[in-house]
Design a protein around this ligand. Structure first.
Ligand SMILES: Cc1cc2nc3c(=O)[nH]c(=O)nc-3n(C[C@H](O)[C@H](O)[C@H](O)COP(=O)(O)O)c2cc1C
Length: 328
């Protein structure tokens, strides 16, 4: 059997499949089951900036205030509020119960005193911290450069607060994503998670009001991280983690061939259950064996832009070619 051992953020993972921060990953029994079915690491559900800055009684007000800029926060707030203390206890319990790395997650959009909380997460035993820069920047007075400066400040503050490895989960909606990736790396991120998946509000024609729907991803959505994986591999020292739309072994292998160090799964596990991880891993091992590879490391990045003979495939050339070849 091929060797699936993976280095991610300087941590040794028995496999490249990581349970993404999700509704599954705040329950210890799910985390234990994931380890049993071959997960290489787990990312705990996020603790939100709003939870850290507001007292419990202020929480709903704060969530409503932030709803425009961070609808995800409102949707992800668990029915029973999980405050900082419960979160630290989850980190401690997960560390005690699991051998695989436990990655804590903070979800935020601006620097603040809350960043110091990362220290307590590290003291509770988290092996690494994933910071989800989740914000919908809708203010016409605020430029992209300003937003990027704010994000870099968050990362620098977190970097100064903790010694554990730091990964940044980012959005695909930057004008110059490769530049942002480089700046995040320079600010201290050892990992980049591609990508955040934004919840899109819908409108109800009955209630004449917006509605928030928590939908799972579709496999086709994996093409967006796949392209950027291929473009960024070899252009940043940060480890790349794929997130969005990975459901099966082919989906996971493609991300790794494009350059992903690890692949995170959320929707696939919510939909199919945690044991699905085992099937994905088995499919990956079988493919590697069939191809005659003894380790995953042998194939990682072999289809990234820097490695392939047609680098234009990841950029505009592919689009021009396809559009010009269509005759309806
Ligand atoms: C039910 C659910 C809850 C989630 N909660 C979080 C969260 O707390 N923090 C976070 O960074 N991402 C969260 N996510 C996003 C996932 O980590 C992931 O980035 C996204 O769902 C895309 O990956 P997928 O296609 O594998 O689902 C959540 C996703 C789902 C489906």
């Amino acid at each position: 059997m091929a060797d699936l051992t993976t280095d991610y953020l300087g941590l040794t993972l028995p496999s490249p499949l990581v349970v993404a921060s999700s509704a599954l990953s705040n329950r210890l029994e799910n985390l234990e089951a994931a380890e049993g079915h071959g997960a290489g690491a787990v990312v705990l559900r996020s603790l939100f900036e709003e939870q850290l800055e507001a007292t419990n009684t202020e929480l709903e007000e704060a969530a409503a205030r932030h709803a425009d800029s961070s609808p995800e926060a409102r949707t992800y707030f668990p029915p029973q509020r999980v405050g900082p203390h419960e979160y630290l206890s989850l980190v401690e319990r997960a560390k005690k119960a699991l051998d695989i790395p436990v990655i804590a997650s903070l979800n935020c959009c601006a620097p603040g005193s809350w960043t110091g909380y990362a220290r307590e997460i590290a003291s509770a035993g988290a092996d690494a911290l994933e910071v989800n820069l989740y914000a919908v920047e809708a203010d016409p007075e605020v430029s992209g450069a300003e937003v990027e400066r704010r994000y870099l400040e968050v990362v620098r503050e977190l970097r100064a607060a903790v010694k554990i490895p730091l990964a940044v989960k980012l959005s695909p909606y930057f004008t110059a994503l490769a530049h942002v990736a480089r700046q995040l790396e320079l600010a201290g991120a050892q990992g980049l998670v591609l990508f955040n998946r934004f919840l899109q509000p819908d409108l109800s024609l009955d209630r004449l009001a917006p509605i928030s729907v928590m939908s799972l991803s579709a496999p086709g959505e994996a093409l967006l991280p796949l392209r950027w994986m291929g473009l960024l591999h070899g252009r940043t020292k940060a480890h790349l983690a794929a997130s969005t739309g990975v459901y099966d072994a082919p989906g996971a292998l493609k991300q790794i061939l494009a350059g992903a160090q690890v692949v995170q799964l959320a929707s696939a596990l919510v939909k199919n259950g945690v044991p699905h991880l085992g099937k994905v891993l088995q499919g990956m091992e079988e493919w590697l064996d069939r191809q005659g590879h003894s380790s995953l490391a042998e194939v990682r990045g072999t289809l990234s832009q820097k490695q392939i003979s047609d680098p234009g495939a990841f950029e505009r050339a592919q689009y021009v070619h396809l559009i010009l070849s269509q005759n309806v």
